[in-house]
Ligand binder design. Structure first.
Ligand code: FE2
Length: 144
């Protein structure tokens, strides 16, 4: 089913973002260090919970979830970033781009699942879309 292929990409993105957002969490610098450091932790904690939930959703649908770093890197639609000192705005812009990418993918999954009559996936991904919308608002406000 097409929407489950998209869910595999989504899972790959969660795995890559777990590493990428830790990178920002560790390497952010500046007066707003603690705010961004704490905020990225809140984000990757949620994402790590979702990572397990999404893989288990695939198991329930009798699909083997992608389970290796090699497969995640090959299938992800988000890209990693080389570690350096990240300023406040740079950190939040990186996070915002990823949130926007994830909201678009989650929306696609929600809608293709709906076309396929897979209401379990619809229910789960509606919550994910709402999560990204909230955090895109947060990050956009912090960047103003
Ligand atoms: Fe930490």
């Amino acid at each position: 089913m097409k929407h489950l292929d998209l869910v595999q990409k989504y899972l790959a993105n969660l795995a890559v973002l777990n590493v990428k957002w830790h990178n920002i969490h560790w390497n952010v610098v500046g007066r707003q260090f603690l705010r961004v450091h704490t905020y990225t932790e809140e984000l990757y904690d949620q994402l790590f919970e979702d990572y397990d939930a999404v893989a288990e959703l695939l198991k329930m649908k009798e699909v083997t979830p992608l389970s290796t770093m090699k497969d995640y890197l090959a299938n992800a639609t988000v890209s990693e970033v080389a570690p350096k000192d990240f300023g406040h705005d740079d950190s939040l812009k990186l996070v915002k781009d990823d949130l926007v990418t994830m909201r678009a993918l989650a929306t696609d999954i929600r809608n293709s699942a709906d076309d396929a009559g897979d209401f379990e996936v619809v229910a789960m991904f509606e919550d994910y879309v709402a999560f990204y919308s909230k955090h895109i608002w947060f990050v956009s406000s912090m960047l103003k």
